[in-house]
Design a protein around this ligand. Structure first.
Ligand code: SF4
Ligand code: MSK
Length: 632
């Protein structure tokens, strides 16, 4: 295979996928590509959101001949209820993840499996929440913070505490529109209750609750997930790593960690570094133990430990198809059930660790906070023992498919980076002002947050990568999380060399600050960091979030979590560009509400276009229009 330089193209990634599909054929395994064929064409009514099976009088489908369900619900009611249920699903997933991390922090102790790593962040949070710190034991403070965080899920009165981090203007908008979220669980339950048979049939009310439930995710559950994860495992700082399936190593014991909650993956990373484990691996003929991440787990461990990222959502099967994965250990969310049967075609051990994600054909080892360290060691040992079972005839590692990446630009990481270029200007220190000056002067035209998954409805990774490249060319900085981040890293867009793809202005900024033009901000829950980033920029600039030359984009989204995210991003005042149509197109009223109606409520909405070239053009036009509106 020919050597790839600093960048990997989508065509090269696809070449590798074709080779790996040959591996699948050889072992008679199906893959998402073959299943997409079986599922196409999709049911039009489901795809446009106008099939209702909320009660057993149905399912009811809306057609020109039957414009109402048996109860009388019309297309707007049905599409609106389905949409809100997606938001509730997404909010519950992110928020339950945040809750698990809060429990992990509650279990932390000086001599336990989990410890406090970022003491400053803990102290700052304690001060923000009015928790006494003077003369108290660190872990007593940690437990009080975790407990207060847990109460945010079910408190009977008041709004979420983190809303106070938003700009004054946003807080007023949320109160004015009646969408300021109460306890996290309340907003999920209300969404489910509103959509129960015989309740809300008014699309506008369903859209309002979607915004509110979304906010409960972004400014509640997700933000708690991010905050507590940083306290436990460290706030990310710029760190070097690599990305792509070529990170798997034929000579080593390969363990893939996949999912979202870092409580399991962090322990595996630590266990794989134990000297006795390394010696054991060597005794079995391996050069060492190679942990690689997939999906958001990859983001979590890459930005804190430099662990390499094997790939994103639609590469999970490809990873197993390389034939060199001794174990794939998963926790929650975005895990294909196909990994069970597929791993059986190879020597790979597929291990589930959470009661939330039980999957057939997996070995289930339920992870607990008390036994995490020992369990992680047991899993590493199991992977090492499996090394000798590898079948050399089934091995194909695309060694060239690997790029350098600098990851871990948390808000703190961004501020520290900006401080390195403002040494002599005291008034600019520890602010976003240097970034604002670049945008104000036009050296940077603006910024786009590109997030989200892969979706076979569009060419996987193509939209992420090509949209990013076009933005860079136009001097627009990109921040990214989730599987979009891994698409960028695999393509080489998170390497410092990527400044060569930028317009003159962005290239100058990258050189001066020594940053890649695509900044990695973490996993899906870390989109909460992006909310704090835009809030910080708006405060330092003295304008509203809606006025910033900043937009959001999810070009290949697929999950309910993405719908929840899109709702809180819009509610935070950021226009959101979608490359996959939300499943509401069967109702003109719903389409109008999510693209325009929300603009009257919160000052932002969706722009939907399934053609990535048109989508990026619309984004650039949108950013230029925002610049013109504030006279820059
Ligand atoms: Fe049909 Fe109404 Fe029941 Fe939905 S809630 S399945 S539209 S009867
Ligand atoms: S992992 S939600 S496929 S981004 Fe967060 Fe990737 Fe989407 Fe899952």
């Amino acid at each position: 295979m020919e050597r790839w330089d600093h960048f990997t193209t989508v065509e090269q990634m696809e070449e590798v996928s074709v080779k790996l599909k040959e591996q699948a054929c050889a072992v008679c395994a199906d893959t998402w590509e073959s299943r997409v064929k079986n599922q196409t064409p999709h049911c039009k009514l489901g795809d446009s959101g106008i099939c209702c099976r909320i009660c057993s009088m149905g399912p009811c489908r809306i057609t020109p001949k039957s414009p109402r369900g048996i109860c009388g619900a019309d297309a707007g009611a049905i599409a609106g209820r389905n949409y809100l249920r997606m938001v509730a699903g997404g909010c519950s997933a992110h928020s339950d993840h945040g809750r698990e991390i809060a429990h992990t922090l509650y279990s932390a102790s000086a001599d336990g499996n989990y410890k406090v790593t970022d003491e400053k962040k803990l102290m700052d949070l304690a001060a923000e929440w009015g928790i006494e710190t003077e003369g108290r034991d660190l872990y007593d403070i940690a437990h009080d913070c975790a407990y207060k965080g847990l109460l945010e899920y079910g408190k009977p009165f008041g709004n979420l505490l983190f809303l106070e981090r938003a700009t004054e203007e946003r807080q007023q908008v949320w109160q004015r529109e009646g969408i300021a979220p109460r306890a996290v669980d309340r907003e999920v339950t209300t969404a489910m209750h509103m959509t129960h048979m015989g309740n809300t049939a008014l699309p506008e009310a369903l859209v309002r609750q979607s915004l509110r439930s979304g906010l409960a995710d972004g400014w509640g559950g997700s933000m708690m997930g991010t905050e507590f994860t940083d306290i436990l495992f460290g706030t990310p700082k710029p760190t070097n790593t690599e990305a792509g399936l070529g990170c798997l190593d034929k000579e080593m014991v390969n363990i893939i960690i996949h999912g979202h909650d870092p409580a399991m993956s962090e322990m595996l990373v630590v266990a794989a570094e134990d000297r006795d484990m390394l010696e054991y691996a060597r005794s079995k003929g391996a050069k060492g133990i190679n942990i690689c991440g997939l999906c958001c787990t990859a983001n979590e461990v890459a930005m804190r430990h430099g662990i390499r990222m094997a790939g994103n959502f639609l590469q999970q099967e490809n990873a197993i198809l390389t034939g060199v994965v001794e174990m794939i250990a998963v926790d929650v969310q975005c895990i294909f059930p196909s990994l069970g049967p597929l791993s059986k075609c190879f020597h790979t051990k597929f291990v589930t660790t959470s009661p939330i994600a039980r999957i057939p054909d997996a070995i289930h080892m339920q992870f607990t906070q008390e036994t995490a360290r020992e369990q992680a060691r047991e899993m590493v040992r199991m992977a090492i023992d499996n090394f000798e079972n590898r079948d050399p005839a089934k091995v194909f590692v695309p060694e060239n498919m690997k790029q350098k990446a600098t990851v871990g630009y948390s808000c703190e990481g961004i501020i520290e980076t900006l401080d390195t270029v403002t040494n002599s200007h005291v008034d600019l220190r520890s602010t976003y002002k240097p970034l604002i000056e670049c945008m104000d002067s036009g050296v940077l035209r603006g910024a786009v947050a590109i997030v989200g998954c892969n979706n076979p409805k569009v060419r996987p990774d193509y939209s992420h990568i090509e949209i990013m490249k076009e933005l860079l060319k136009n001097d627009i900085l990109v921040v990214t999380t989730g599987c979009s981040a891994q698409a960028a890293a695999k393509a080489g867009l998170m390497s410092k060399e990527a400044k060569e793809l930028c317009g003159e202005g962005l290239k100058r900024v990258c050189t001066l600050a020594d940053i890649p033009p695509v900044l990695h901000m973490g996993s899906c829950v870390d989109i909460s960091r992006m909310m704090l980033l835009v809030t910080g920029i708006a405060k330092d600039w003295g304008i509203d979030v809606t006025q910033l030359p900043v937009v959001g984009c999810a070009p290949e989204w697929m999950s309910e979590k993405a719908v929840s995210i899109a709702n809180y991003v819009v509610a935070t005042g950021i226009d959101t560009y979608l490359g996959i149509e939300p499943q509401v197109s069967g109702s003109e009223e719903m389409m109008e509400l999510i693209t325009n109606g929300t603009r009257e409520m919160v000052g932002a909405g969706y722009i939907i276009n399934t053609d990535p070239k048109e989508l990026v053009k619309a984004m650039i036009d949108g950013i230029e229009a925002k610049r013109a509106a504030i006279g820059i």
